[in-house]
Design a protein around this ligand. Structure first.
Ligand SMILES: Cc1ncc(COP(=O)(O)O)c(C=O)c1O
Length: 1008
């Protein structure tokens, strides 16, 4: 039938609804395959959906539809399910003749408010879990329902899906290969499949039948509509259908399916034998979908709904085909709370009865004890740079071995390792990059040529040269049989010759020599060791088996590759869960300062830094766009070395002569104008500002200080007194009497706006001076940052500082530039912030980047100030200026110079700012992009320039999910601060922009 003739005009529909139901409303056409559906919107709170059947619908089918809804509504208390509205004659169905002369049957249902699943972005695990729950609920509600129509022939019934075989001719060669594979797999398991539990199921829980709550941050599924495809079939088909639709457009569809399955299972528990078929069932729903699309493409070209999911279904089918069905099944089992491998418990029990000592594996070594070696991300045994240097790595192992002569160094099971954080071990998961960082075997560090012996009878299944950097080298895998199950053992990093002397099928007897350990580089370029791993299945791996896995799959892998120590039972290498994040938080809350704050709704546990990255305890890399303290890169080896070397020689105070402090002063002064010529070294930015305040008081004899609104200068008593960001915000008590606050010189949203506000804001300083004078007091000084950081990365307007310094000096005050955040080349155009403004302060204060994470700060002032400050009272600082700190800070300054990092800040920062401006053109919510070099900020505002704090918070939290660290600031916490280590490069900028763009597209960011 011509599709166009099935569709009635909205006008006609409105008239029908009024006539038959007495409801006044406006009609809009909805998507639908079988019925032709319209939404009827009314002026009151209840809307409706009108379902107009096709002329060829049978009365049995309509009866089925009515009964199923009535049944479910009679059982259901909690789920909002569409209710049938009776017509004026109090009937469920209404018969009409449409304007084409066709007899049509109408049903009017209550509209369930909410969003369609297809319009929800992003769809995250919690939402998928709730979809699983609601689908489980539907199955539960339909449990005792039946109808003869539920037993009809139906192409969308997965149990009947084999009809699709007849249409293979519609597909190209590659598509055929995939379809045939799934047909074959489905048929192969058909006997078991036919025995599974059956019931009436909804059978079409797809994107357009799922109603999601309006909550944009943590949405949940409210209801499932449209029971038009309901059928009596295997219950697992319901799970398969939900998954097939809910996991489209995901980088990792299997990962996306797991919460759906868990949610379903939590309400309607699945059986192990059902889960076995889930992979195939999902595939067959997709097979039906692509076959139907291929057939219908020509039949009803006007019906876009039929084609809509074809492209996505094919993308998913391709991905699904490449996922091991066995691994998928193990994953589904785990998400239902079963052991991922069905033999895991048997294996554990069997191990408990074995008495195997390590000497069975290495009889020639004659050592029975193990000593744990820590190669985890946070290990202190070896530095990351040393891991890449095989000689040093080997040397460290030998040294440790010398310390424990009667033990074998071993460990590594479930250890997250930094060595696998490179791209080679990465993939693009559903939340950005994921790396296989978790080691799923145990390592035994022994000399090359150490013979490895069989602990059980076995048969060789792999014996190859697995050549390549960080691969296995000579690899042998044996298969072992026990009475109840089989398992495999893997031996990696052997000499190639010893491993490849075997052939697949060779029998190995308990006690036989399997191989000899290899040396680098042939063993994959590792210090000699055996990687020993147990597998309860080889899955689809034929020539290799991974030794490291993704952290988020670890619970699954643990039961596929059990702990080798189940055999050896060594206390020393026993893998422990360690302390959880929740426990750390708990302790902090009880025993650490109560006002300590944590980043992110779900805090992360950082255990290592590396350049512009931070790495968490699972080995996940985060691109750090926040930390201007790790100025030249986290744990920069050259800086670390400078500190370590000096620490090993001497660390004392400044009362002894030492060249280090002079060297630092000289290096620092070489970056400054000659007027700033005297240095004081302290331990922090706060100490630097505290000292600056003392100097102001001493030099001028005055206490009154002028500051900017929302300025922050440190955490000490006096620093808080001059920090509006503290005293004017939560917990603050307003400005103390000697502090005078000018409005923040923000030409975007401040008191004066526009291009030339420098004069206006400097007049505010003048006003303060006049007020101080009016009280018969004198001006002590003025302190400000060249770009106000905590205030929201606010750039000072042109001319402001110059005019202000004139006013202050005229009043006898001292001008202080707080360079704690912006200094040391970050701004690109100049090494220090004040240099952007063509002024020379009387005092500058330095902190954060100066020690690249080591606590050191500085004050540099004019000689006159230093002379007056030296009034006889000694300035002593126990740690300030110590040789270790000086060595580190000197190295930081040298490093910036050596690698031209100020220029990098200029170029990379310039590039990033341009990209951010482009983004701001796309998303008007980005009101302003500001800052200099690698000290940037984007301010999120609504159409009336009102701050969007929640959006900034959402953005920071979502970016973290994708492995990018950002933070918010400004008095309204609506500014995203971007101030990464200045080694940041263009690729990092592109990554940052890519994910910002992605998150700005999410629902929450669209509504404000
Ligand atoms: C501008 C400014 N000055 C001073 C300080 C205080 O430095 P510290 O925390 O090292 O004491 C900070 C710290 O955030 C700062 O941002």
């Amino acid at each position: 039938m011509d599709y166009k003739k099935l569709v009635l005009s909205t006008n006609e529909v409105e008239k029908i609804v009024k006539k038959e139901y007495g409801i006044l409303g406006s009609a809009s056409k909805l998507q639908g395959e079988i019925d032709i559906n319209y939404k009827i919107s009314t002026k009151n709170s209840q809307d409706y959906i009108l379902k107009i059947s096709r002329p060829d619908s049978t009365s049995d089918y309509l009866d089925f539809q009515i009964k199923i809804l009535k049944f479910i509504n009679s059982k259901n208390k909690n789920l909002p399910i569409s209710k049938i509205i009776l017509n004026k004659q109090k009937k469920d169905i209404t018969e009409i003749v449409d304007s084409y002369g066709n007899k049509r049957i109408l049903r009017l249902l209550k509209w369930i408010p909410g969003r369609l699943w297809s319009s929800v972005h992003p769809q995250l695990d919690d939402l998928r879990y709730s979809l699983g729950e609601k689908s489980g609920n539907i199955t539960k509600l339909l449990k005792d329902f039946d109808h003869k129509i539920a037993h009809r022939e139906f192409e969308w019934d997965i149990a009947q899906s084999i009809w699709t075989k007849k249409h293979l001719n519609l597909f190209n060669h590659d598509q055929k290969k995939i379809l045939k594979y799934f047909h074959q797999e489905f048929e192969l398991k058909n006997n078991d499949y036919n025995q599974l539990r059956k019931s009436v199921i909804h059978n079409d829980i797809n994107d357009n039948n799922i109603i999601v709550s309006e909550d944009l941050i943590s949405p949940s599924v409210k209801s499932i509509v449209d029971f038009g495809d309901a059928i009596n079939t295997q219950i697992i088909n319901e799970v398969g259908t939900v998954c097939a639709y809910a996991i489209m457009n995901q980088n990792d569809p299997l990962d996306a399916a797991l919460p759906v399955v868990s949610g379903y299972h939590s309400i309607y528990p699945l059986k192990e034998n059902e889960v076995e078929h889930l992979y195939n069932v999902i595939a067959m729903k997709l097979v039906i979908s692509v076959t139907k699309s291929a057939i219908n493409k020509t039949k009803e070209p006007g019906n876009k709904y039929l084609l809509i999911s074809e492209k996505h279904a094919w993308e998913l089918l391709n991905k699904w085909y490449n996922i091991s069905s066995e691994f998928a099944t193990y994953s589904f089992r785990k998400s239902c709370g079963f052991n991922s491998h069905p033999d895991y418990d048997k294996f554990k029990k069997w191990c408990s009865k074995q008495s195997i000592s390590i000497s069975k594996l290495f009889p020639s070594i004659k050592k029975n004890k193990l000593e744990k070696i820590d190669l985890s991300v946070s290990t202190k045994f070896i530095e990351p740079s040393e891991l890449g240097d095989i000689e040093v790595f080997q040397y460290k192992i030998e040294k440790l071995q010398e310390k424990f002569p009667d033990k074998i160094l071993a460990g590594g099971y479930l250890e997250p390792r930094a060595i696998y954080t490179t791209d080679k071990y990465g993939k693009s998961g559903n939340s950005g990059n994921e790396n296989r960082t978790i080691h799923i075997g145990s390592d035994f560090w022994l000399p090359p040529k150490t013979p490895v012996h069989a602990m059980f009878d076995g048969e060789v299944v792999i014996a190859i040269n697995d050549a390549g950097e960080k691969e296995y080298g000579g690899l042998v895998v044996l298969k072992h049989k026990t009475k109840n199950f089989d398992f495999f053992t893997l031996y990696g990093h052997n000499s190639v010759k010893s491993a490849t002397k075997h052939s697949v099928g060779d029998k190995i007897k308990k006690g036989d020599k399997i191989s000899e350990l290899g040396n680098y580089p042939e063993n994959g370029n590792w210090p000699p060791h055996l990687h020993f791993q147990i597998m309860l299945s080889m899955m689809d791996y034929k020539i290799d088996f991974p030794g490291v896995m993704y952290y988020n799959q670890i619970e699954i892998w643990k039961e596929i590759c059990p702990d080798p120590n189940l055999l050896f039972k060594s206390k020393s290498i026993k893998s422990s869960k360690g302390i959880s994040n929740a426990e750390i938080v708990n302790y902090r809350n009880r025993h650490l300062g109560k006002s300590l704050k944590l980043h992110y709704n779900n805090p992360i546990r950082i255990v290592r830094g590396a350049g512009q990255y931070l790495i968490d305890n699972t080995g996940r890399l985060y691109l750090d766009t926040v930390n201007n303290v790790a100025h030249v890169g986290h744990e920069n080896p050259e800086i670390v070395m400078a500190g370590q070397k000096q620490m090993a020689v001497l660390n004392t105070n400044t009362r002894y002569l030492h060249e280090g402090i002079n060297a630092l002063a000289e290096k620092l002064l070489s970056t400054l104008p000659k007027e700033l010529s005297v240095c004081y070294f302290v331990n922090s930015g706060s100490e630097a500002n505290e000292l600056a305040i003392r100097m102001i008081k001493e030099v001028t004899g005055q206490k009154d200080i002028i500051v900017s609104q929302w300025g922050y200068h440190g955490n000490t008593n006096k620093c808080v007194d001059i920090s509006s960001y503290k005293f004017d915000r939560k917990g603050g008590k307003g400005a103390p009497k000697n502090t005078h606050v000018i409005p923040i010189p923000d030409s975007y949203r401040g008191k004066y706006r526009g291009l030339s506000t420098g004069n206006d804001y400097s007049k505010e300083v003048k006003k303060c001076i006049d007020k101080i004078h009016a009280k018969k007091k004198g001006v002590g000084g003025f302190i400000i940052e060249p770009i106000i950081s905590c205030g929201g990365q606010v750039e000072l307007p042109n001319g402001f500082l110059k005019k202000t310094y004139n006013y202050i000096r005229k009043a006898g005050g001292v001008c202080v530039s707080d360079e704690v955040q912006v200094g040391c080349g970050r701004l690109g155009e100049s090494f220090w912030g004040f240099q952007l403004h063509d002024v020379i302060p009387d005092i500058i204060t330095i902190g954060k980047p100066f020690g690249n994470g080591h606590p050191i700060g500085a004050v540099v002032c004019r000689e006159e100030i230093a002379n007056k400050f030296a009034n006889g009272m000694e300035f002593f600082n126990t740690f300030g200026g110590n040789p270790v700190s000086c060595s580190i800070a000197t190295e930081v300054l040298s490093f910036i110079e050596k690698y031209n990092l100020q220029k990098n800040a200029l170029l990379t920062g310039g590039y990033l700012k341009k990209q951010l401006i482009k983004l701001s053109n796309k998303y008007p919510m980005i009101g302003q992009v500001r800052g200099k070099g690698l000290f940037l900020g984007i301010e999120l505002v609504d159409n009336e320039l009102q701050p969007l704090k929640d959006h900034a918070n959402y953005l920071a939290n979502r970016m973290k999910e994708f492995g990018i660290l950002m933070s918010t600031d400004g008095p309204n916490d609506n500014v995203m601060k971007i101030k990464p280590p200045i080694i940041f490069n263009q690729e990092d900028c592109d990554k940052l922009i890519f994910y910002l763009d992605k998150i700005f597209e999410e629902d929450f960011m669209k509504f404000y």
